[in-house]
Design a binder for this molecule. Structure first.
Ligand SMILES: *Cc1c(COP(=O)(O)O)cnc(C)c1O
Length: 472
């Protein structure tokens, strides 16, 4: 320790002196001069404040080591991969669908170089970014035309604003959905400039309710797929076909927000049925919107497909520019859509579908392989069992359906009532691993649903870094 003379502050080493220290040179090589200077200034300020309360003056070496820790933490990206063992496959907070290799390769291909994003290579003139995916979407859905925006919320907002600004849009009261977060049909409708006209009741809506709601002010009829809940019991809803006929008889169009939507035949994959754009068009629907990163298994995007005149109107809306997607997303979405051209290989090549159709036998085999590893590492402080569980599809898709799965159930000692704190600490310590592990606390234990664990080796290897005391 340097001996303080008059005031401890007076003995704090100067910024210049610290910058000439050999340790500072090493730091600058790694983080750059600007970051090191800024870090040292901050450290010295903190030190000055602390010394007012009589703290021993640290050596320059110690000051620099503290700055090194701070710079190291800043150099780490905030966004990083995690192990999603929550049991929710398309977890919105964990980034929804994992992308297939083909999509990742396509993104890398265009990311670092110029690309013909809005450039027609035939004519050498300005092109339209939708051309790279529009034909694929039309092929796969039977739509006349299509366009793509930032996400499905943007798709709904843009379609409503383009087709029904200052006009009325009747929607069944049973379909006024809220999707987790902040997407609510009444709110998005208001922001789009369209005026919501609620028809029918929460549990029953009839065709005559729609008929009575139509007026000269009506701009569009709309149906919303009630993706994240279901109304049961004494219920009635009007199907797409009947509403489409009614719309057309009145010179109007019918738009359907499909929410997740899928281009695959889910029954052939052994999954519960989910509406497809192709079925909607066969029913006479004029326009559909759906997400790119839900059951489609692609990047975040919102797809609008349907009648060519309606799509043309949407593309002319200046709001389209504000909601458009970038070249990297177009590359990824194109690659994912091309996988759909060969439905037989989809369940193997598209990770979202592969995880959804993964059999309980296969998941059980994963559990049998990794349970001993987890027990060896954590088994002294808690019990590790393999249990049956139910995975959710997630993202509001098919809310009533669950998929039979297997989980590791980690139970700290003690009575169920008193385990709360230990469970929170266990979950926090797993989240502190280099690739954080996110499970689900349920019924007095931490459950790691293994449906989405594909990188078993990576999971097991990092367990040696598990720190029992990190939470304390
Ligand atoms: C998920 C969903 C949305 C929002 O889609 P994002 O892609 O998350 O913007 C809109 N409507 C319905 C019915 C949905 O299920």
């Amino acid at each position: 320790m340097t001996q303080p003379t008059s005031s401890p502050q007076a003995n704090i080493p100067s910024l210049d002196l610290l910058l000439r220290h050999p340790a500072a040179g090493a730091l600058m090589a790694q983080h750059g001069r600007t970051a090191v200077t800024r870090g040292l200034r901050l450290e010295l300020e903190t030190l000055r404040a602390a010394l007012a309360n009589e703290v021993n003056l640290p050596e320059p070496r110690e000051i620099l080591s503290s700055v090194a820790n701070r710079l190291e933490a800043q150099a780490q990206p905030g966004l990083k991969p995690v192990f999603n063992l929550t049991g929710t496959v398309l977890h919105t907070n964990l980034g929804r669908a994992p992308l297939p290799e083909e999509a990742i390769a396509a993104m890398v291909e265009v990311a670092g170089k110029p690309a013909n994003l809005e450039f027609d290579l035939e004519t050498g003139k300005r092109g339209d970014r939708d051309t790279h995916i529009e034909a694929l979407i039309c092929d796969l859905t039977g739509a006349e035309a299509a366009t793509v925006v930032n996400n499905n919320a943007a798709a709904v907002l843009l379609a409503l604003n383009s087709l029904a600004n200052r006009r009325e849009v009747p929607v069944s009261r049973g379909e006024l959905v809220e999707i987790g977060g902040s997407f609510r049909i009444p709110d998005i409708m208001k922001r789009s400039g369209a005026k919501l006209v609620e028809v029918g009741t929460t549990n029953r809506t009839h065709l005559k309710d729609f008929e009575e709601a139509i007026s000269p002010q009506t701009g569009l009829l709309m149906k919303v797929h009630t993706s994240n809940y279901s109304v049961e019991g004494f219920t009635a809803e009007v199907g797409e076909e009947a509403v489409a006929d009614l719309a057309h008889a009145n010179g109007l169009a019918l738009m359907v927000d499909l929410g997740s939507g899928t281009l695959a035949d889910f029954s052939a994959l052994g999954l519960p049925p989910e509406p497809t754009p192709a079925k909607s068009f066969a029913d006479g629907v004029d326009l559909v919107t759906f997400s790119g990163d839900k059951l489609l298994g692609g990047p975040q995007a919102g797809i609008i497909a349907g009648r060519a005149d309606l799509i043309a109107k949407i593309k002319r809306n200046p709001m389209k520019r504000a909601l458009r997607i970038d070249k990297v997303t177009i590359a990824a979405l194109g690659a994912v859509l091309r996988l759909y051209r060969d439905p037989d290989s989809l369940a193997r090549r598209l990770p979202a579908l592969r995880l959804l159709v993964r059999s309980v036998e296969e998941i059980g085999a994963v559990a049998a392989r990794i349970a001993p590893v987890v027990t060896a590492r954590l088994g002294d402080s808690l019990s590790v069992e393999i249990v049956d569980c139910a995975s959710q599809i997630g993202s509001g898709a098919l809310p009533k359906e669950s998929l039979v799965s297997k989980a590791l159930r980690l139970t700290p000692p003690g009575s169920k009532r008193k385990r709360g704190k230990a469970l929170d600490e266990l979950a926090a310590n797993l989240r502190r691993l280099p690739v954080p592990v996110v499970g689900r606390i349920h019924d007095g234990a931490l459950h790691l649903d293994l449906r989405c664990l594909e990188d078993e080796a990576g999971f097991c290897e990092q367990l040696v870094k598990f720190d029992f005391g990190a939470g304390q």
